[in-house]
Design a protein. Structure first.
Length: 113
């Protein structure tokens, strides 16, 4: 998916989820849409240069480290240990997970896990 596709779809899902769905069940969260937009393209920002430029002759794949569930779990763990920007890191992890869903990473289980 293209950059604006990832950003637009992820921002749209986050807006609907955090403005309409979660408040109905009594959950209010601080949302930083800048972190949502950054997290929507973060896996591509990490993997495309590594897979296409640095490992272009051996791997030649743009889905390496940032397109794994381990990367999302690392972001969530960082969010638990952050003192000041905890909400931003959780927004980043949510958007990164949405990126994996938009890329249909379950079709590539070797990369996903």
């Amino acid at each position: 998916m293209f950059v604006f596709g990832h950003i637009g779809v992820t921002l749209g899902i986050a807006f609907v989820l955090f403005q309409f769905v979660l408040p109905r069940i009594g959950i209010r969260l601080k949302i930083n849409y800048l972190f949502i937009a950054l997290g929507a393209i973060l896996p591509d920002l990490i993997d495309k240069p590594i897979g296409r430029i640095l490992l272009g002759e051996s791997v030649a794949n743009g889905r390496l480290f940032g397109h794994t569930l381990l990367f999302v779990l690392i972001l969530i763990t960082i969010g638990f240990f952050c003192k000041y920007h905890r909400d931003g890191v959780f927004c980043l992890a949510f958007a990164t997970f949405m990126h994996l869903c938009e890329d249909k990473m379950w079709e590539m289980p070797a990369t996903l896990l």
